[in-house]
Design a protein around this ligand. Structure first.
Ligand code: PEP
Length: 256
């Protein structure tokens, strides 16, 4: 049985006061579900330490929204895996669609980041997903497969075990239009089968696959009810502690 995993991606939102209040709210409202659900929040880099403090002794994990693959040196503006670990990060988002499509990150760069994060002992959430025109052209499977094959290139089964996949159709992110539970399930199953083929069946059965894209309290239960949806990566709705906690509760109940 895969333990559900809910991540909150705060993106470029909050300020120091709001970030701390939100973290305290999440820690307090989610505590009762943490034996059944893994939870991590990913604030902007500059608030990681403050959020870590605010999470206190709760078991809500801390994650970063990105990382660079080099360990140190002349890479102005970048943040290393070691720095993330130093401030208490457990998880890191890699390959988020906004980094792929706005910042123009390539599959090759994403692969280097994944390798560096795993080597450093971080637990990556590796994001994949198709654009609307790719879905309309019937290319969802091809696009997602290619992103996974290129992203995971050279990563052995032992190392791949720390990775969570987030399937996030780009057309559903921040749009208010979520994939239907059936659409999510179809792609999640395809991803699981791909991992079985790339690695092995028992590893694929353990792999956690989150859905992301306009997930909210209203649709969390039906998304989590799908057999291959093991969690959610939540943007907008993770900025409200009550709503985020409601989603965590829905995840706990869906996988009883
Ligand atoms: C995300 O940022 O990963 C995301 C899924 O955003 P939203 O929930 O706002 O669509």
């Amino acid at each position: 049985m895969r333990k559900p995993f809910i991540g909150g991606n705060w993106k470029m939102n909050t300020d120091s006061k709001i970030a701390v209040e939100l973290a305290r709210g999440v820690a307090q409202k989610c505590q009762q579900f943490l034996s059944k659900v893994d939870v991590s929040v990913c604030p902007p880099f500059v608030y990681l330490s403050a959020v870590k403090n605010a999470l206190g002794s709760s078991n809500v994990g801390l994650g970063a929204q990105d990382v660079y693959f080099e360990s140190k040196g002349a890479f102005t503006g970048e943040i290393s895996c070691q720095m993330l670990k130093d401030v208490g990060c457990k998880n890191v988002l890699i390959g988020h669609s906004e980094r792929r499509h706005v910042i123009k990150e390539t599959d090759e760069l994403i692969n280097k980041k994944l390798i560096a994060a795993i080597e450093a002992g971080l637990l990556p959430i590796f994001c994949v997903g198709e654009l609307l025109e790719q879905r309309k052209a019937g290319k969802t499977e091809q696009v997602v497969k290619e992103q996974i094959q290129k992203g995971m290139a050279g990563i052995t089964v032992e190392k791949a075990k720390v990775v969570t996949i987030a399937y996030e159709p780009v057309w559903a992110i921040g749009t208010g239009v979520n994939a239907t539970p059936g659409q999510a399930q179809e792609v999640h199953l395809m991803i699981r089968q791909l991992f079985a083929a790339m690695y092995n069946k028992s590893f694929a059965e353990q792999l956690r696959i989150q859905y992301g894209g306009s997930a909210k309290a209203d649709n969390a239960a039906e998304l989590m009810a799908q057999a291959d949806v093991d969690g959610l990566l939540v943007g907008g709705a993770s900025l409200k502690a009550d709503e985020f906690a409601a989603m965590i509760k829905a995840a706990a109940e869906a996988k009883k």
